[in-house]
Design a binder for this molecule. Structure first.
Ligand SMILES: Nc1nc2c(ncn2[C@@H]2O[C@H](COP(=O)(O)OP(=O)(O)OP(=O)(O)O)[C@@H](O)[C@H]2O)c(=O)[nH]1
Length: 352
């Protein structure tokens, strides 16, 4: 019930409210016409038509946020008019509308709509002729709005927390692989827009299996955590750190031109080598570095960094290999052609 083929929960809600409004308000419109309350009947019909057309628009265009706001405004205006014209039976519609608004739109928009609706009905409604009745209505309607506000706030907080948990690796706190493709694409778009460089490092701890085998899995976990803390210490806020799986990590560095990328890679390599130990063994890692070349695909960029890292492993580990094969890869955007073979265009460095 709570999903649709596009996976847009707001769209599902809009369709649900479209059906609910047709089923719940249309019979009242017919009743109003049958009992001679033509104007109220027309308002009811306008609400059904407005919400129905909104649902259709959201379905066709996918613009669910704007449509949800439009529907909340239609509901709010509609219930103010109906309460004004239909007396107490109209006032009863205010309560479901207050709740619906908090489901449909952002909390602050729904709160503003609640204030307008409650103030309008309490101030002008003929169905509430004396002050105690107006006060009773205002207090109960404000309470309903407050409860709805708290529920909406809790749902939003939980969603944000879930999204944060889903995007992170629980052991190291690094972003997880799922997040990486989106981040690479955003970084590529920003790089092309601002004509600014962006670099990618992929690195893998050396002989990590033997750390696990010699010191145990928990010690291995602590090494992963220590390395992650060092990486965070050595990088800037805008850099993005990913755990790609096992003992393999990625680091996206916006603004880092090739020389800086080299420097950062070497700084990370030497810092880990100097500061992370198990027993009398130094922990080392092999790094592949690649600057983004305008026009290439995310796959091609990542593959260059990956292959550079494997080259670093093959060449003896504890080193950085920098891939600067831009001229070969720029023409391969989006295709699956293998990355160029490493030759003179690929350099390796090892300080330690
Ligand atoms: N402690 C710990 N070990 C892990 C984790 N994820 C993967 N591993 C281990 O990491 C080891 C990786 O071994 P290999 O792929 O052979 O790599 P390596 O020993 O680092 O060798 P090279 O990469 O070739 O230098 C395996 O033993 C995995 O079980 C984890 O989250 N915690």
């Amino acid at each position: 019930m709570w999903s649709n083929p596009r996976g847009d929960f707001k769209l599902t809600l809009i369709l649900f409210f479209g059906a609910l409004t047709a089923g719940g308000v249309l019979p009242f419109a017919i009743y109003r016409f049958a009992t001679g309350q033509t104007f109220v009947g027309l308002v009811d019909l306008a609400i059904v038509a407005g919400v129905g057309l909104g649902a259709l628009r959201a379905w066709k265009t996918g613009k669910s946020e704007g449509t949800a706001l439009m529907i909340a405004v239609i509901y709010s205006i509609g219930c103010m008019l109906v309460s004004r014209m239909a007396g107490l039976s109209g006032v009863l519609w205010i309560y479901p509308v207050l709740l619906a608004n908090f489901l449909l739109v952002r909390r602050r928009h729904a709160a503003v709509l609640s204030i307008v609706v409650i103030a309008f009905v309490a101030a002008f409604d003929v169905a509430l002729p004396n002050i105690p009745q107006k006060a009773m209505f205002a207090v109960t309607a404000v309470e309903v709005s407050l409860f709805a506000y708290v529920f909406a706030w809790r749902a939003e907080t939980q969603r944000t927390q879930l999204e944060a948990v889903a995007a992170r690796d629980p052991l190291t706190g690094a972003h997880n692989r799922r997040n990486m493709a989106d981040e690479l694409k955003a970084a590529m778009a920003a790089s092309e827009r601002d004509a600014a460089p962006v670099g990618l490092l992929i690195f893998d701890l050396d002989h990590f299996k033997s750390i696990n085998d010699s010191f145990g899995h928990e010690a291995g976990d602590r090494v992963l955590v220590e390395v992650s803390e060092l990486v965070r210490r050595c990088t800037r806020k805008q850099d993005r750190f990913f755990r790609m799986g096992g003992e393999e990590f990625g680091l996206l560095l916006p603004g880092a031109e090739p020389a800086a990328l080299r420097r950062i890679a070497e700084k990370l390599r030497t810092t880990v080598e100097q500061e992370v130990r198990r027993g009398d063994r130094r922990v080392t890692m092999s790094l592949g570095a690649a600057s983004y070349c305008a026009g290439e695909s995310a796959d091609s960029w990542q593959r260059r960094a990956d292959l550079a890292m494997y080259r670093a492993k093959r060449d003896g580990r504890n080193r950085t290999v920098f891939d600067d094969c831009c001229e070969h890869t720029a023409g391969l955007a989006g295709d699956a052609t293998p990355a160029p073979a490493f030759g003179t265009a690929t350099r390796s460095s090892q300080d330690g």
